[in-house]
Design a protein around this ligand. Structure first.
Ligand code: ADP
Length: 764
C-alpha cells in the first residue's frame, strides 16, 4: 500500500475501485445473474465518468502549467489556479488557505473562486489538531500530505461542515498541500459536486499539479527576490552616482601602476567627479584614463608613495597639504575601495588656511598688545602700591604726630579740670577739651576711612552685652536730644539674646554715627532707635537689625545713595549749616559691610529719615559668654606696681596721675634703658612701654627683658603707641609684648589693660 493510499483512507469512504476484477466478482457474488446488455451499459457509463474526470484533471494540469510559466505575481497566480479549477476543470469551488501562527491556528483564504457563499468564513478551518482541524484542508496543512474526502455527507471527520457543504453542493473534496523548499506555503482545496470525484488518475494528476504549482511559486519567489535585489542594486548605484556627482569634495579614483621590479611608479585616473573638474580645472574627459605623471606634469606623480601605501595596506589616510603647481592648500582623505586602487577625496582649504594665518598673526599682535598692557598695568600697579604705601606711612606719621600732642592736650585738660579753678578758666578749659575731642574725632575718621579702604581694619570677635552697648552708646545722644527738646526712644527686642559675639567697639561706632546724625539733623519731634532680630544670609550667624528713625530735615531722593560715599554731604543750605566731614556714613557703610551686612536709608525731604542696618554676628555659646561677662565685670584691684616708660613729659604726667588716682603705685622712666634698670632694681606687675623712645625704644627694651637681661623676664608688658595702623599690633606682640594700647587711650582702655595684667599675674 502506498503512502498516498494511507492518507486517503482515513478520510475516504470505502469504495470499490472500478478496475479491480476480484472486487468486481465479489460484488457480483450472491446476486441473481443480471442482463449482460445492462451490465455493459453500466460499465460504459462508469468508464465514461472516469474518462470525463480524468480529462478535466488533464485540462486543469496543462492550463496550470501555462499559468505558472507566465505568472509574475504570486497572489494572482493562486487566484488564476482557483479560477481554472472551476472554469476550466468544472469543479464547484477552489480556494487556497495560508496557515497562520495565531491562537486558533487559522487557515486564512488568500484566493478563492466558485460557489462559496460565505462558506469559508463559517467553516473556521484550522490547521491545529482540533475539531476544526480534522477536515482535509487542516489535515493536509498539518501533515504536508494530500487528503481526499470522497463523501462529505458520510465522512465523520467532516461533521462540522456537512450541512453547509450540502447547501452549496459540495459532495467530495481534495486538499493539496503546496510545499516549498522551506516549508508549507498554503493548501489548495478543491470541491466537486459529486462524491468519489478524486480517484485514480484524477487524484494523481491533481497531486502533481499541486507539486508543479509549489515549484512555480518557489521559482516565482526566487524571481521576485532576484528582481528586488537587482532593483536595490540599481537604486544604490543611482544614489552613489548622485552622491558622487553632487559631492562637495573632489573625488578621483586611481589605479596604481607598478614598474617591472614591482615598485609603484605612477597611477592611472579611472574616474573623477564634477567637483574635481571644478577645483582642479581638469575635465573628466581629459582625466579619465590618463596617467598621473602625464596629467599633473613631469616628475613624480603627486603623493604617489602615500597612495601606493593605502592601496597596498587598505589603511585610509588623512592629511593636509600645500600643492605648489596650483598654489592651493588641500585637505585629502584617501582610502582603498579594492586592492591596487585608491579613492581620493579632497577639498580646497586655501581660504581657511589664509584665515588661520590671519588669525595667528592677529593672535600674535594681540598677545604682544596684552604683554605690553600687562607691563603698563604692572608698572601702574607698582606705582599705585608705592603711592599707597607712601599714603599709609604718611597717615601713620601724621596720626603719631597729631595724636601724641592731642593726648597731652586732652589729658592735661582733664587733669586741670579736676583742680579748683576760676569759673571763666574752667569754661575755657572745657572749650579746649571739646575742640580737642572734635579734632581727635576728625583725625580718627580720616584714619578710619583710609584703613577701611586699604582693607586694614581687622574686626575683633569678643563677647559683649548688646543692651549695655546700646545704652552706653545712646546715653550721651539721648542727653543731647533732650537738650534740643527732642523726644528720644530706644527699644531692644526682648527676643534678642543679650550676649553677642563681635566687634562691640565698631558696632558702637556705627550706631553713634547714625543716631548722632539723627539727633543732629532733627529740630523737633522724635528720634527712635530700635534693635530687632534680622535675617542673616548665613544661617550659622545671628542677624541684628538696627533702625534709627527721625523727624528731621530728610534727604532728597537723588542723594539717598551718594551720602554713603566719602566726603559726601548734601549740597543744600538746609544741610550745609550743620557742618561735618561727610565721612561718618562712609565709615559706617564700610564697617557694616565688614560685618557681613548692609546699610540703607528711606527718607522724604522735610519729613524725616530712617537709617537701617543689618549686621551678622557669630552665634555665641551661652556658657562661654557668661564666663566672659563675669570676667569683664571684675575690675582691677588697686595697689598694682606699674612701671611707666614714656619720653613725653605731659603724657608721662597724665598717665602717672591717672594711675595714682586709681590707687596704683607708679614708677615713671623716660626711655627703655631706664626701664631695664628699674626692672633690675624692683619687681612690677606690669610695664607700660612707649614704642618710640630715645636711646632704647620699647621694642628693643622688651626683647632684652624677654631674654632675661632685666629682672622678671615674664613681666606683663603693654605697648603704648601713637601708631594706629594695621600691622602695629602684630609687630609689638611679635617683639614679646603681651598687650597693645593706642594713644590717646581712654580710661576704659587703660582699665582693660590693668585688668588683663592682673589676670595674667594671677595665672602665673
Ligand atoms: P557728616 O554728618 O559728618 O557730614 P555723614 O557721612 O554722617 O557725614 O553724613 C553725610 C550727609 O548725609 C550729611 O552731611 C547730611 O547731609 C546727610 N545726612 C546724614 N544723616 C542724615 C539725617 N538723619 N537726616 C538728614 N540728613 C542726613
Amino acid at each position: 500500500m502506498s503512502d498516498q493510499d494511507e492518507i486517503r483512507t482515513p478520510l475516504s469512504s470505502p469504495h470499490t475501485p472500478a478496475g479491480d476484477p476480484a472486487a468486481h466478482e465479489s460484488a457480483l457474488a450472491g446476486i441473481a445473474c443480471p442482463d449482460p446488455a445492462e451490465l455493459l451499459a453500466a460499465e460504459r457509463d462508469r468508464l465514461d465518468g472516469l474518462l470525463r474526470r480524468s480529462n478535466r484533471a488533464v485540462r486543469a494540469y496543462s492550463a496550470c502549467s501555462r499559468l505558472i510559466v507566465k505568472a509574475s505575481d504570486e497572489t494572482r497566480l493562486l487566484r488564476d489556479i482557483c479560477r481554472l479549477m472551476v472554469e476550466t476543470a468544472g469543479y464547484r469551488m477552489a480556494w487556497v488557505g495560508v496557515p497562520l501562527n495565531d491562537q486558533q491556528r487559522s487557515l486564512v483564504p488568500i484566493a478563492q473562486v466558485g460557489i462559496e457563499d460565505g462558506y469559508l468564513q463559517k467553516a473556521r478551518i484550522s490547521w491545529g489538531d482540533n475539531e476544526f482541524g480534522r477536515g482535509p484542508t487542516g489535515t493536509a496543512a498539518r501533515t504536508g500530505k494530500p487528503i481526499v474526502c470522497q463523501d462529505i455527507q458520510t465522512d465523520p471527520n467532516l461533521l462540522p461542515w456537512r450541512d453547509e457543504a450540502a447547501r452549496r453542493g459540495y459532495a467530495s473534496s481534495i486538499a493539496l498541500p503546496l510545499l516549498l523548499k522551506d516549508g508549507l506555503v498554503g493548501v489548495l482545496t478543491v470541491y466537486a459536486d459529486e462524491p468519489d470525484a478524486f480517484e485514480h488518475d484524477e487524484f494523481d494528476l491533481l497531486v502533481e499539479l499541486a507539486g508543479t504549482l509549489a515549484f512555480g511559486i518557489d521559482s516565482l519567489r526566487a524571481r521576485v527576490a532576484r528582481r528586488n535585489a537587482e532593483q536595490a542594486l540599481l537604486d544604490n548605484e543611482r544614489k552613489l552616482r548622485a552622491l558622487y556627482e553632487s559631492l562637495e569634495e573632489g573625488l578621483c579614483l586611481h589605479e596604481i601602476v607598478y614598474d617591472d621590479a614591482g615598485r609603484p611608479c605612477d597611477y592611472t585616473i579611472i574616474d573623477v567627479n564634477p567637483k574635481y573638474e571644478k577645483i582642479l580645472g581638469i575635465t573628466r574627459k581629459a582625466a579619465a584614463g590618463a596617467s598621473a605623471k602625464a596629467l599633473y606634469g613631469a616628475g613624480e606623480p603627486p603623493y604617489l608613495d602615500i597612495y601606493a601605501r593605502v592601496a597596498e595596506t587598505g589603511e585610509p589616510v588623512y592629511f593636509e597639504t600645500y600643492f605648489p603647481p596650483l598654489d592651493q592648500h588641500f585637505r585629502i582623505s584617501a582610502f582603498s575601495p579594492q586592492r591596487g586602487q585608491v579613492a581620493v577625496l579632497f577639498n580646497d582649504i586655501s581660504k581657511r588656511k589664509m584665515a588661520e594665518e590671519e588669525l595667528k598673526s592677529l593672535n600674535e599682535t594681540l598677545e604682544l598688545r596684552v604683554q605690553e598692557q600687562t607691563r603698563e598695568l604692572r608698572a601702574a600697579m607698582e606705582a599705585a602700591t608705592a603711592a599707597n604705601r607712601a599714603k599709609s606711612a604718611f597717615l601713620a606719621n601724621m596720626s603719631h604726630e597729631i595724636r601724641t600732642p592731642m593726648n597731652g592736650i586732652l589729658g592735661m585738660t582733664q587733669l586741670a579740670l579736676k583742680q579748683e579753678l576760676p569759673e571763666e578758666v574752667r569754661e575755657f578749659l572745657l572749650l579746649v577739651q571739646r575742640s580737642g575731642r572734635s579734632l581727635l574725632e576728625i583725625i580718627n575718621d580720616i584714619l578710619d576711612i583710609s584703613r577701611i579702604e586699604a582693607g586694614k581694619v581687622i574686626l575683633e570677635n569678643r563677647p559683649f552685652s548688646l543692651r549695655e552697648l546700646v545704652e552706653a552708646t545712646l546715653k550721651p545722644l539721648e542727653i543731647a536730644a533732650r537738650e534740643k527738646g527732642l523726644e528720644f526712644r530706644c527699644t531692644v527686642d526682648p527676643a534678642l539674646p543679650d550676649l553677642q559675639m563681635g566687634d562691640g567697639g565698631r558696632l558702637r561706632q556705627v550706631l553713634t554715627n547714625v543716631a548722632g546724625n539723627a539727633v543732629k539733623f532733627t529740630e523737633r519731634g522724635c528720634v527712635a532707635v530700635s534693635v530687632a532680630p534680622g535675617k542673616a544670609m548665613n544661617p550659622q550667624r545671628t542677624g541684628l537689625l538696627f533702625a534709627v528713625r527721625d523727624d528731621g530735615i530728610g534727604i532728597p531722593q537723588d542723594c539717598l545713595c551718594s551720602i554713603f560715599e566719602n566726603f559726601e554731604q548734601i549740597d543744600s543750605p538746609l544741610h550745609v549749616k550743620y557742618g561735618g566731614t561727610g565721612l561718618g556714613l562712609a565709615i559706617s557703610k564700610g564697617l557694616v559691610e565688614m560685618m557681613g551686612g548692609v546699610i540703607w536709608v528711606e527718607s522724604e525731604l522735610g519729613k524725616g529719615s530712617t537709617f537701617s542696618f543689618l549686621i551678622e554676628l557669630d552665634r555665641i555659646e551661652e556658657a562661654a559668654a557668661v564666663g566672659g561677662k563675669a570676667a569683664q565685670a571684675r575690675g582691677p584691684k588697686p595697689g598694682l606696681r606699674v612701671l611707666l616708660a614714656e619720653d613725653d613729659p605731659i603724657n608721662r604726667l597724665y598717665a602717672t596721675k591717672t594711675l595714682q588716682l586709681w590707687g596704683h603705685h607708679v614708677e615713671a622712666v623716660e626711655n627703655g634703658q631706664q626701664a631695664l634698670e628699674a626692672l633690675r632694681a624692683a619687681s612690677f606687675d606690669l610695664v607700660l612701654m612707649d614704642a618710640l623712645m630715645p636711646e632704647l625704644d620699647g621694642e628693643q627694651a622688651t626683647r632684652l627683658i624677654r631674654s632675661g637681661h632685666a629682672g622678671d623676664r615674664d613681666v606683663f608688658i603693654v605697648a603704648v603707641t601713637a601708631y594706629a595702623l594695621q600691622g602695629d599690633r602684630e609687630r609689638f606682640l611679635g617683639a614679646g609684648m603681651n598687650d597693645y594700647m593706642s594713644k590717646p587711650f581712654t580710661h576704659e582702655e587703660l582699665q582693660g589693660v590693668l585688668h588683663r595684667a592682673t589676670a595674667w599675674t594671677r595665672r602665673r
